[in-house]
Design a protein around this ligand. Sequence first.
Ligand code: SF4
Ligand code: SF4
Ligand code: SF4
Length: 256
Amino acid sequence: MKKLYSYNFISRIIFLLLTPVFFQYFGLGFIWHSIYWGVITAVVLIWGAFIIFSPLVGRIGCGWFCFMGTVSDLSSQHSIFKIKWRKPKIWIRMILLIPFFASAIIFYFINKERGITHDFAFLSSFLKLDFSLHYQYVWIIDVTSALLFGLLLERRWACKNICIMGTLCSAGANYSRLIPVVDINKCTLCGKCEKDCLVRIPIIDYINNNNGLITNSECILCGKCVELCKFDAIKIKFIWNRNKYKQLITETISLI
Ligand code: SF4
Ligand code: SF4
Ligand code: SF4
């Protein structure tokens, strides 16, 4: 689908503009509040689904819906510091992930001890949708921090290093069946896709060393590389068995 990135961009802009309406459904911080109150809310279900399905469809949530990722992409075009691809450091991610969940769980048990909360319950609309002054402040803080991170460090640095949802989704996306695939017979190694990738994925490495399978857990499936390639060499598709695919490509090359 050649126009994939155009659809992706429209989706992300729509979700960005609608964020004040759906804020409590997509704001990552509300996951903490949900645990704190012992309630499984819509935001937990939505992001829970993105995490659970990440081994199947990768970082769809990050690439198609998250308003902070979109703000980061928009501001990233004017970043002060350009970065090279570097694999995210798992220990940095853990330093943020563990206190996030640990503190929420501790507060949940303290609240339970005091009789304020009870066992975990499904109450998807527990967090009200009214965009009160308090939520407006939280939204402004979220958008401003994504904007500043994007202006400072390009290509979703914050997504790759400090976002807790990024950490959890990337763990599953390591095994994603839906991935960008380069047809190495069509590719001229021009490098255009890698140069403009929203996340700075080292695509050429994957073309040279992984039979064209871009199995990078940071890929957000935005489709920009698909749209940019003049040779129609990249497609995002389901690869159910990576080893079998690679074997097939190796055999095809050896026959040429
Ligand atoms: S890594 Fe976090 S901030 Fe970035 S797009 Fe994903 S959920 Fe949003
Ligand atoms: S833009 Fe197309 S031809 Fe150029 S390196 Fe990427 S996949 Fe290959
Ligand atoms: S590899 Fe392609 S689909 Fe993945 S993030 Fe980069 S441009 Fe988007």
